[in-house]
Design a protein around this ligand. Structure first.
Ligand SMILES: [Zn+2]
Length: 299
């Protein structure tokens, strides 16, 4: 998944009040895009996740005119990442603003993760320049990742919205009849088959989010919820929490067509292969796990 970075790229977001050195990464975002240099090296199979795109992110020394305001973000192994908070910067040669979400199959994976995570922090910094309580201009805390209001002492922490991914399964008398509900969103151009998913509401435990979302989207009651894994999904400020669950009672689907284009049961042999190369998402991992492992997927 996108946060699985491998040896040498361990994620460390302990805040360090440093200035960027020439060799440190210094990222900048504008209108939702991240300054990126993209090269195409010839992918072999775009459907399998090999887009053939290689990305580079700018280092401080790449800027002919250094941005004036920078804050430390995090480290991946020995590499440090900073964020330029200037409204506009002069883009280094060869770099342009690219959609991080669009690039999510590019290599190397750790720079993609860095750009995605930085985009979440960039939104947070830009959306909290004024205090939501008293309206005064805010300031960055000098030694911690906090935005503080000098007038009323309000502290703002980074925004993380929990949501759930629900793999709803139906167990057959014969394991070959085991099936999972896959859904497709309405109104999206890249509508891959996915799992039931949704955001947690105020006052709601995650388990209730699972029960509510499954009922709302496909009209099923569920039981035997099992936590699987969680995944930061910075593109939407989200922490996704994956659950396996079993249908409880009728397995007849009642699809919410305001949100979904379609939903249906798939046995393992019927499942589409479009997620085989999805290395980024928890949804893709859970779908592939059920297709290849069946009920051993959660045991
Ligand atoms: Zn205030």
């Amino acid at each position: 998944m996108i946060q699985d970075l491998g040896a040498g790229h361990a994620f460390d977001n302990h805040f360090e009040p440093n200035e960027p050195a020439d060799s440190d990464y210094l990222l900048h975002f504008f209108a939702g895009g991240c300054l990126t240099r993209v090269t195409h090296v010839g992918g072999t199979d775009a459907d399998a996740g090999d887009s053939g795109e290689v990305i580079e992110l700018p280092r401080a020394a790449d800027y002919a005119r250094r941005p004036t305001q920078a804050t430390y973000l995090f480290s991946l192994g020995e590499e440090r990442f900073f964020l330029a908070l200037d409204e506009r910067v002069a883009a280094p040669a060869g770099f342009a603003y690219e959609s991080v979400n669009w690039l999510r199959r590019a290599e190397p994976a750790h720079l993609l993760f860095a750009a995605a995570t930085a985009s979440q922090l960039d939104r947070w910094y830009r959306e909290n320049r004024y205090c939501g309580r008293c309206g005064a201009p805010t300031e960055l805390a000098p030694a911690s990742r906090e935005i503080v209001c000098p007038e009323c002492a309000r502290i703002v922490y980074p925004k993380i919205c929990p949501g759930v991914i629900c793999a709803v399964v139906r167990l057959g008398d014969d394991p070959a009849d085991d099936a999972v509900v896959l859904t497709r969103y309405a109104g999206r151009t890249t509508a891959l088959w996915a799992l039931v998913a949704g955001f947690t509401e105020i006052g709601e435990p995650l388990e209730d989010t699972v029960r509510r979302e499954v009922m709302e989207e496909v009209g099923l009651s569920v039981k035997n919820l099992r936590f699987y894994k969680s995944q930061p999904w910075s593109f939407t400020d989200t922490l996704m929490v994956g659950f396996w669950c079993e249908v409880d009672g009728s397995s007849e689907l009642a699809v919410d067509h305001s949100e979904l284009k379609e939903a249906r049961w798939f046995t393992r042999s019927e499942m589409p292969l479009e997620r085989v190369g999805d290395r980024a998402s928890l949804t893709g991992e859970m779908i592939e796990r059920f297709r290849t492992m069946g009920r051993a997927a959660w045991e």
